[in-house]
Design a protein around this ligand. Structure first.
Ligand SMILES: [Zn+2]
Length: 451
């Protein structure tokens, strides 16, 4: 038995094992979408392609090292986004001298081995090592995934006990979320920028916070905690948070009170369809498996989804839809949620709303001065957008209007800087009780104070 296993391990079975590893790796990140039939179909497809390529290579007489080459090709095709991220986004780190030295050494060893012509024993040992390594990597991912899934069960159990107060005067609730809009206090400290939106909103009787905090600085986590009335328990990964958003407890509670929820977001909230799909979080098992692979990137390019202007286009459509929706006259109360990717990167617009000819896409590639200038111009643009929308809301005094960010300006501050977690927030509702609003410390507490 031991002998048999040993001989088997000396063969390049890793090339088939890699397909299984990839599927387990993707599935274990997020189990709720898992489908057996699709899992087996993808595994069969991978195996059939691999088998055919190896067979053809063998027929052509170049099959000796083919399993190794094919493994490199599969890694490039299935982990495309991860690899490009290292080379393009983190390229500053990549050009760090240590990385450069390690790369040079690996490339030298690689060419030395090729030149030396690998002998049979070396190949057998390398096969064995790769097979065992892949097996353990798969096992670790699977166990971590199961442990995370168990941890996530706590969220479902906790959710049932949460509720909001009864809303006495059921007027429309309009929420405008400005992604990456820092707290006025932070904007002042970080950029010596006086935020004029604060003055404009105070003139319109809004209660404007100097700063409101979030416990995280990632959009999907902050929105999940807001929409599920909970910010106490950390979530395993973005995918789980996106999934919980679909089953929003807050939306469920508002609907019970007769509200109709309108989702103007690229995220699927409260079971409503995404307003526009910009392909950020996968919605099913197939999307989950293909997400970040070469095939998904190719498909998105063909569909125009990865177009550089797609977020600007999305913002334009949200503004348009929001303006139209607030003007509609209906006989029931609505909760109109809108999520603008302004002043988030890329900074598509200048202060006056014209297209920025050179919008920044990646903060690591630009100087601090350039980054600050473009960000603040985009903040000023955000201000004019908000004021224009407010002016177009009929009977504005009779509605609840909330304007917030979701985290601070993260581009220029270190990972744990408290300004990353502080954001803009302004509230207006008829018969506003400011003595109550003063007690709000976290943005997630706002739904608990609307009554
Ligand atoms: Zn955000």
């Amino acid at each position: 038995m031991g002998e048999k296993l040993n001989r088997w391990l000396e063969k390049p079975v890793f090339i088939y094992g890699f397909g299984l590893f990839f599927l387990v790796f993707k599935t274990a990140q997020f189990f709720p979408y898992f489908e057996w039939k699709l899992f087996l179909s993808f595994l069969c497809l991978y195996t059939a392609i691999t088998f055919t390529v190896l067979l053809i290579a063998q027929k052509l007489g170049s099959g000796k090292y083919m399993a190794g080459w094919l493994l490199i090709i599969w890694i490039a095709l299935l982990f495309t986004s991860n690899i490009t991220r290292v080379f393009i986004q983190d390229f500053k780190i990549f050009f760090n001298i240590t990385y450069l030295l390690v790369t040079v050494i690996i490339v030298c060893i690689f060419f030395y081995l090729i030149k030396k012509r690998l002998n049979k024993i070396f190949i057998q040992r390398a096969n064995k090592l790769l097979n065992i390594f892949l097996f353990f990597l798969m096992l670790i991912n699977l166990i971590a995934g199961i442990l995370n899934a168990n941890k996530e069960k706590i969220h479902a159990a906790n959710k049932s006990g949460r509720c909001i107060p009864i809303i006495q005067h059921k007027n429309d609730i309009i929420w405008i979320l400005l992604d990456e809009y820092g707290a006025p206090e932070s904007l002042n400290d970080q950029f010596q920028f006086h935020d004029k939106l604060v003055d404009s909103l105070r003139n319109k009787s809004f209660y404007v916070f100097d700063s409101l905090a979030y416990r995280t600085d990632a959009t999907i986590y902050t929105l999940n905690s807001l929409f599920n009335l909970d910010d106490s328990i950390p979530i395993t990964n973005y995918q789980y948070a996106a999934y919980y958003l679909k089953k929003s407890k807050w939306v469920e509670e508002l609907e019970k009170q007769g509200y109709s929820f309108i989702d103007l977001d690229f995220l699927n909230i409260g079971g409503k369809e995404k307003f526009i799909n910009i392909n950020i979080f996968p919605d099913n098992y197939t999307e989950k498996i293909f997400n970040n692979t070469f095939f998904a990137i190719l498909l998105n390019n063909l569909k125009g989804i990865d177009d550089k202007m797609r977020i600007d286009d999305y913002n334009g459509k949200v503004i348009q839809a929001l303006t139209k929706t607030v003007q509609q006259k209906v006989s029931y109360p609505r909760f109109i949620w809108s999520h603008l990717m302004i002043p988030h990167l890329p900074f598509y617009r200048n202060e006056n709303g014209s297209l920025n000819p050179k919008p920044l896409y990646d903060p690591v590639l630009y100087s601090k001065a350039e980054l600050s200038k473009q960000y603040l111009d985009y903040v000023s643009y955000a201000n004019s957008v908000v004021l224009k929308i407010l002016n177009e809301i009929p009977d504005r005094q009779q509605k609840t209007i909330i304007i917030t960010g979701d985290h601070g300006a993260r581009m220029l501050v270190s990972k744990n800087d408290k300004q990353r977690f502080e954001t803009f927030a302004a509230i207006y509702y008829p018969r506003m009780d400011t003595t109550e609003l003063i007690n709000i410390r976290y943005l997630q507490q706002i739904p608990l104070h609307l009554h």
